[in-house]
Ligand binder design. Structure first.
Ligand SMILES: Nc1ncnc2c1ncn2[C@@H]1O[C@H](COP(=O)(O)OP(=O)(O)OP(=O)(O)O)[C@@H](O)[C@H]1O
Length: 537
């Protein structure tokens, strides 16, 4: 039972109130006192509020006694927990010994209860347990008085672990922290994959002009010149290129440079929504169009982008039904909301993008040829990063600068701007970058976050690169992972098996014999001979 006692602000009144409870031998689990209120948590089931009121009636200055659901500190803890649970990233608060004080829901998935625990295991059961019971890679030795970041792998996934010390007072910079007592630490785990997305989100608030598209290579200069010309023509544009090559960036720049720049640029990823949702997202719906439809209906993106531009990303993922609808719409820009009868006319420019080979999809009859011609009035093809290594230095330095700015915000000790050594740049240039510029951005962010300042060299780069490569080549990794010992016939067949797996893993990432030879530090001839021997092309 929890109660609040309101009283006058008389000196000594709290002691008198507590003395009544002591006299009655009513056990108190918790007490909280502010100037006129005493909050009590009583552990005594058979007690009634009337009984308590009777006993307190003798204490001069007691105004009222009420039942409450929670003590103020419990209420604050509940709100704080709700706030933590809203955060998508795992966040764990530990004391100086590494014992868990608090954590959010996102952490539970990473911390499966140890085997053999009781089946009714609850979130609160984590509290007070050492963090390394659940995440072995985190030890109390990591909890120092300076903020650090480290790469760790949990359940096969790569994370950046940010450790922020909780100090005895609010010192924030590293020199001021010296000698301060560490009361504990807040651990934040960021998935390597989401780090890049966060950077992109941050950039989506920036101004988008062709000047912000970095690159001096011939191909990128041509694309920028082409883009500037296309911006002036109010016609549909189809942008193609592998994932992460900058298709959305170009689309935004096209819009920004066009006469529609002041009107909205709205983007939708056609692969992210099921057919019926995508249709109503695009064209809107009328009241009662389907169960759950908002009263009064809802405008679609075509309507909301009025006067501006609609960017249809991953257009190849559109279902045949929606392809037909989009084709009809593109013929005269008229449409109806889902469930509506009124014909509306749109005034928008369509820019679409795909990483797929549309010609191939057309021949396989999964993409409509007539729609292709409607969308592809003007086309821009973005080259993969491995074909524009002349831009690597500019891009890498930009991303290192951006990452350093972000990291120094959270970790003031890392203020010095890291520089890329010549051999590290050569390594970046020899990599195949299946995830293109977004992957380069992610890799460099991880490297900067994990670096202790100073130059970024091959030794720092290689582990992060290999980890990222592993993610984008999960298929290869699975096949190329462990050697199954029970299948080993003899020394030479095991060696041959290992070589084939090694080459199979690295060749797609370092796709010429020269690059692969440099990566594996063997002669070019040996690599060429081994690739032939294992029939790897
Ligand atoms: N030339 C460039 N200069 C600077 N940043 C770039 C450049 N090209 C791409 N980027 C950055 O790379 C990331 C990926 O770009 P973007 O999202 O435009 O690629 P995309 O081709 O649309 O990717 P997806 O196919 O996965 O949708 C973004 O953060 C973007 O800002």
């Amino acid at each position: 039972m929890r109660i609040v006692i309101e009283s006058s602000d008389r000196i000594g009144i709290s002691q008198e109130i507590l003395a009544v409870f002591a006299q009655q031998a009513w056990n108190l689990k918790a007490v909280e006192i502010t100037s006129c209120f005493t909050y009590l948590y009583l552990e005594y089931d058979g007690l009634s509020l009337a009984q308590i009121k009777r006993c307190l009636a003798h204490v001069a200055g007691v105004i009222s006694v009420e039942l409450i659901n929670l003590l103020p500190s419990e209420q604050r803890a509940n709100h704080l927990q709700a706030l933590l649970d809203k955060m998508p990233e795992p966040i764990i608060d530990v004391d100086s010994q590494g014992l868990i004080l608090a954590m959010n829901k996102a952490s539970h998935k990473l911390m499966p209860p140890a085997t053999g625990v009781k089946p009714d295991f609850m979130a609160t059961d984590y509290l007070g347990k050492p963090i390394n019971t659940y995440i072995e890679q985190i030890s109390s030795a990591m909890l120092t008085n300076t903020a650090t970041s480290q790469a760790i792998t949990i359940q096969g996934k790569a994370y950046i672990l940010d450790i922020s010390p909780v100090l005895s007072n609010s010192a924030t910079n590293s020199t001021a922290n010296k000698g301060k007592e560490v009361n504990g630490s807040v651990l934040l785990l960021r998935s390597m994959n989401t780090v890049g997305r966060q950077i992109s989100l941050m950039q989506s608030h920036q101004e988008h002009s062709f000047d912000n598209i970095i690159g001096q290579s011939k191909s990128i200069r041509l694309i920028k010149a082409q883009g500037e010309r296309f911006a002036a023509l109010d016609l549909p544009v189809l942008i193609s290129g592998e994932t992460g090559t900058g298709k959305e960036l170009i689309a935004r720049a096209l819009h920004q440079a066009s006469s529609r720049a002041k009107a909205p640029f709205l983007a939708i990823n056609c692969s992210a929504l099921p057919e019926h949702l995508l249709e109503s997202e695009l064209f809107g719906y009328e009241s009662g169009a389907f169960t759950g439809a908002q009263k009064g209906g809802k405008p679609g993106l075509v309507e909301l982008a009025e006067g501006g531009c609609l960017f249809l990303d991953e257009i190849a993922e559109m279902s045949p039904y929606l392809q037909a609808k989009l084709l009809r719409f593109l013929q005269d820009l008229t449409y109806r909301r889902v469930g509506g009868t009124k014909e509306l006319i749109a005034n928008i420019r369509i820019i679409s993008a795909t990483h797929q080979n549309l010609a191939k999809l057309i021949s396989q009859k999964t993409f409509r040829e007539d729609l292709y011609y409607r969308l592809n009035v003007l086309s821009i093809e973005l080259p993969p990063l491995r074909d524009r290594i002349a831009d690597m230095s500019l891009l890498a330095n930009l991303f290192i600068d951006n990452a350093a700015k972000q990291v120094s915000h959270s970790q003031p000790s890392k203020r010095a701007k890291p520089k890329l050594t010549a051999s590290a740049l050569a390594l970046l240039q020899s990599f195949a970058w299946p995830g293109n510029i977004r992957q380069l951005q992610n890799v460099l962010f991880s490297v900067v976050a994990l670096s202790n300042g100073g130059d970024i060299c091959v030794e720092e780069l290689l582990p992060v690169l290999t980890k990222h490569a592993g993610h984008s080549h999960a298929g290869n990794r699975e096949q190329g992972g462990k050697l199954a010992m029970e299948d080993v016939k003899d020394w030479s067949s095991a060696q041959a098996d290992f070589e084939a797996k090694l080459l199979g893993h690295f060749y797609p990432l370092f796709p010429t014999t020269r690059k692969l030879a440099e990566r594996l530090k063997v002669s070019h001839n040996k690599i060429a001979m081994k690739l032939r021997q294992h029939d790897i092309r």
